[in-house]
Design a protein around this ligand. Structure first.
Ligand SMILES: *Cc1c(COP(=O)(O)O)cnc(C)c1O
Ligand SMILES: [Zn+2]
Length: 501
């Protein structure tokens, strides 16, 4: 819709200008730092950081109703920088000028209601929010859109010479980083570190296709993470892992969208998502908290994090009910089909601890929960979801397995509707589906396929058919007619079709 057609009181806010200042806030020593430099950890104490807008009060003063109207009207605005996650510009990073915002089609992913078969199976009403429909096919694009927009802005402002962006990845971070960096062309180069053999072929093909330098390392993700951290400490590189708090800001858009898609009534919703490095659950809590503080939503939804028993440090931490007796201990992970969440020492754990406290306090009751599921349930759930019209990845399967567990444990309240994060597209994790269908899981995965859920292609070879068409030697006349007839007959037999008339 053209600008002049929006109501006058909306028009003046519709295309925002940068305002105020943002600062890094240390979660350890509470020191804060300016954003002229890209920081990952506190220069004073080494803890992780969060970004805060210094003038949050001004957002609160605007009032919930104005914001709700503004975001609903912005849905109709055709202005590229505001078409993606930056529809919520004021709540993400309102210091980046609109001209610097990179938009590759991220965000506003569909909420797809589960059919009645699947809802009955899960014992609850629920939707998948399909973040596999982002440009690089995972939610990581949300964070990269913000981090790379900031990087482009700062590179321009500080006249940086073609900075190198670098990340360690379980697959999807590198795909997203490489994609956004490639769009920024000569301004930026990117390199990604992957644990050799621990990402799927599809995930490996993505940064290669985007032209990033792909470095494979013998080891697990947690080891790669240590190496990029050392690089970021000692060399001039821009770290794009979720230690980079600009990514967290972008990922908050997931919560903003859920709020908007349910007309800002989310008090009766439960958002369920897998936890790996814990950046995403941090962002989801932080996003809802911001909307809550600004009066955009009245009540906070329940948040349920899910971990596989093969990589469950956050689950273990919260097993201890007494907050002052909780001690975080990294775990050593076992092979997991939820490979993107196969992390034993989540970088964002201090953020999670802080935000869970803030969240429960703002809600006035416990609203954040972590459940544990088995590899078997994750895999069965992924296959089941996709047999009912979804396109979820193994981590999306983990969300569904988590929903079932939450129902079993009575964590989901009666009448509550769940929103499950399918964090990536099923095609990225097709190799796990293949192992399931072919019953080829190595024993350490502890997955045995349900025979009723297996599937395989069947080659049709009608008896008595001698010759098949080949490139360069097609069948003709009699021979072609015979081929078609025999094939049709055999297929009809396999499918048990009844003849007409
Ligand atoms: C990164 C990722 C996760 C885990 O998210 P964290 O922020 O690391 O907790 C889950 N699923 C997919 C598909 C991912 O790419
Ligand atoms: Zn500090």
């Amino acid at each position: 819709m053209k600008l002049h057609r929006f109501p006058k009181k909306i028009r003046e806010r519709l295309v925002p200008e940068p305002f105020g200042t943002m600062r890094y806030q240390c979660l350890g020593c509470e020191e804060s730092f300016g954003i002229e430099r890209l920081l990952y950890t506190c220069p004073a104490c080494g803890s992780v950081l969060m970004l805060r807008h210094e003038d949050e009060e001004s957002l609160v003063r605007v009032g919930g109703e104005v914001w709700r109207d503004l975001f609903d009207y912005r849905r109709m605005l055709n202005h590229p920088p505001l078409k993606g996650i930056f529809r919520y510009y004021e709540f993400i990073a309102p210091v980046i000028p609109l001209e610097e915002i990179v938009y590759l089609g991220e965000g506003h992913t569909p909420l797809v209601e589960a059919n009645s078969t699947l809802q009955e199976l899960a014992g609850a009403s629920f939707y998948f929010k399909n973040d596999g429909l982002n440009p690089s096919a995972s939610f990581k694009d949300r964070g990269m859109a913000c981090a790379l927009s900031y990087l482009a802005y700062i590179a321009e402002k500080e006249h940086l010479e073609s900075p190198l962006a670098i990340c360690a990845s379980t697959g999807d971070t590198s795909a997203a980083a490489a994609l956004y960096a490639s769009y920024l062309g000569p301004l930026l180069k990117s390199a990604v570190l992957l644990p050799k053999g621990k990402v799927t072929p599809q995930q490996l093909s993505q940064p290669l296709g985007s032209g990033a330098k792909v470095l494979e390392i013998q080891g697990l993700f947690d080891d790669c993470m240590k190496v990029v951290e050392a690089l970021a400490d000692q060399y001039h590189v821009a770290l794009l892992n979720s230690k980079n708090s600009w990514r967290i800001l972008g990922q908050e858009s997931f919560s903003f969208e859920i709020a908007q898609d349910f007309d800002y009534e989310v008090g009766d919703k439960a958002v369920i998502l897998p936890i790996g490095n814990a950046g995403n659950i941090t962002a989801v809590m932080s996003g809802f908290l911001k909307f809550h503080r600004a009066g955009i939503i009245e009540r906070l939804p329940r948040i349920i994090g899910v971990q596989s028993s093969h990589a469950d440090p956050v689950y273990r931490y919260y097993l201890e009910p007494e907050p002052h007796r909780r001690r975080f201990r990294p775990v050593s992970v076992k092979p997991s089909v939820a490979q993107a969440a196969m992390i034993g020492n989540p970088v964002s754990m201090p953020r999670v601890i802080r935000l869970v406290e803030d969240y429960n306090e703002a809600a006035g009751a416990q609203r954040v929960f972590v459940v544990q599921v088995s590899e078997q349930e994750v895999m069965d759930s992924m296959i089941l979801a996709n047999r009912n019209g979804h396109v979820v990845c193994t981590q999306g399967g983990e969300s569904l397995a988590g929903l079932k567990e939450a129902v079993r444990r009575g964590i989901l309240a009666r009448g509550e509707t769940a929103v499950l994060d399918s964090t990536a597209h099923m095609l990225k994790f097709a190799s796990f589906q293949e192992m399931y269908f072919e019953d080829r899981f190595p024993p350490e995965f502890e997955v045995t396929p349900d025979p009723g859920l297996r599937n395989a292609p069947l080659e049709v070879r009608p008896p008595g058919l001698q010759r098949y068409p080949q490139p360069g030697s097609p069948l003709e006349g009699e021979e072609l007619a015979d081929f078609v007839e025999k094939m049709a007959e055999e297929i009809a037999r396999i499918l048990g079709l009844k003849r007409k008339g």
